[in-house]
Design a protein around this ligand. Structure first.
Ligand code: UD1
Ligand code: UDP
Length: 396
């Protein structure tokens, strides 16, 4: 079976890495990898950390790209590639423009599509934008739907989609477990990663921030920056913000925050370095989908700067709170987690509902038509949450 995996951004690469590793172990599968280069350096960072080889690199990114410009470059480049490779199946991940165009381009050529991370929904086409549209389109054209949770399976069932649905868990937990265990067991590696953050002071607790959503561009990012500036008045925290390379994020963030001494604006981190910072963080403030899934399994409280989420499981479990982009809501929620130990503990103690580290194996089994044991029980992850929240190894 010839499988062509198509992806192009940082989160897709992180979440596809464990799948590609599992595919490579199967003698019956010829696994080919096409990176579109929707992201350039942020994709390279992931390929390097996971030592992933690519067969086709389309290198399509342009600075400050538009959705239609990127989509048209993707269709133009992917169609002849799919014609040339003639895969038995195309595999895409999640909800990016690369995933949507990759799936539709395969569909147009009559190639079956499998969707990893199927069934996530907010029910609102404007949030996240354009991802809610992308993921719906990918699900419509896919005949194999790998839903991370029971809830995502239910979303697919409600839409009467014709594809076959498997509950697999989310592959991001596979990637996280391997990486966080590697960091926790290797003192030299950990020391090397920590050496990248010489500006962190031992008496201060880390507030780790990421943000990049298109629907937050403009007023949303202004509010986020105002809230961070206000929070920087606290002398007991270090705010660490690896800033996404999108110019619509870089510009307002650096204008508003670069002069504040305990706000550390840094370049996007490679995955191991970012996992290490998550391990060390006291609280995480983010609008990222992947971080919402990862942080709870490290026992970290997450405040999500969005009004709705397609990942409601951790909100229901009490490890994630939606705070939107309102300045007061963000500031109040962060202060509470720093000042109220009981509130912090109640967030930090919960388990992770997104996976058990075996999602990729289930996906490969399903691709090969083998029996797939469904992900139904609570994942077998135990947390060791230290009192200061600084050292939290994930124990598999
Ligand atoms: C994309 C995805 C989003 C995902 C996010 C992960 C779409 C529509 N959006 O959003 O779902 O959550 O990736 O980060 O698919 N850039 C660089 N170097 C890089 C990467 C980006 O310079 O390595 C800059 C470029 O100017 C690029 C811009 O960021 O044009 C935007 O990249 P793009 O992939 O279009 O959108 P994201 O906001 O990153
Ligand atoms: N991440 C990373 N380096 C960073 C910030 C995030 O490796 O500097 C990882 C993070 O652990 C998660 C993924 O990137 O796995 C999330 O990517 P992003 O927030 O860009 O996209 P989203 O998940 O929102 O689609």
């Amino acid at each position: 079976m010839k499988i062509l995996s198509i992806f192009g951004t940082r989160p897709e690469a992180i979440k596809m890495a464990p799948v590609l590793k599992s595919l490579a172990l199967e003698a019956e599968i010829e696994s080919l990898v096409c990176t579109t280069g929707q992201h350039r350096s942020m994709l390279r960072q992931v390929l390097d950390v996971f030592e992933l080889q690519t067969d086709f690199d389309l290198d399509l990114m342009v600075s400050n790209q538009t959705l239609n410009g990127l989509s048209s470059r993707l269709f133009t480049a992917l169609d002849p590639l799919i014609e040339q490779v003639k895969p038995d199946r195309v595999l895409v991940h999640g909800d990016t423009t690369t995933a949507m165009v990759g799936a539709v381009a395969a569909f147009h050529r009559g190639i079956p599509v499998a969707h990893v991370e199927a069934g996530l929904r907010t029910g609102n086409l404007k949030q996240p934008w354009p991802e809610e549209m992308n993921r719906r389109v990918v699900d419509v054209v896919s005949d194999l739907l790998f839903a991370p949770t029971e809830g995502s399976k239910q979303n697919l069932c409600r839409e009467n989609l014709a594809g076959k649905v498997y509950i697999t868990g989310n592959t991001v937990i596979d990637a996280l477990m391997v990486s966080s265990t590697r960091i926790s067991l290797d003192d030299a590696l950990r020391a090397g990663l920590d050496a990248q953050f010489p500006f962190l002071q031992s008496g201060r607790k880390i507030l780790l921030v990421t943000g990049h959503r298109r629907e937050n561009f403009g007023p949303g990012f202004q509010n986020i920056c105002t809230a961070l500036a206000e929070l920087s008045a606290r002398s007991d925290i270090d705010i660490v913000y690896p800033v996404h390379l999108n110019p619509n994020v870089q510009q307002p963030v650096s204008t508003a925050l670069s002069h504040l001494p305990n706000v550390h604006l840094i370049a996007p981190l490679d995955y191991l370095s970012f996992v290490r910072l998550m391990q060390r963080a006291h609280v995480i403030l983010t609008d990222s989908g992947g971080v919402q899934e990862e942080a709870p399994s490290l026992g970290k409280p997450v405040l999500v700067m969005r009004d709705v989420t397609e990942r409601p499981e951790a909100v229901l479990a009490g490890t994630v709170e939606l705070v939107g982009t309102d300045v007061e809501r963000i500031v109040t929620a962060v202060h509470r987690l720093y000042d109220d130990e009981a509130a912090w503990r109640s967030f930090a103690q919960h388990h992770n509902p997104y996976g058990d580290g075996y999602a990729s194996q289930r996906i490969v089994a399903a691709l090969l038509n083998r029996t797939v044991s469904e992900f139904t029980a609570q994942p077998e992850i135990s947390h060791q949450v230290a009192v200061d929240g600084q050292e939290d190894p994930v124990v598999i």
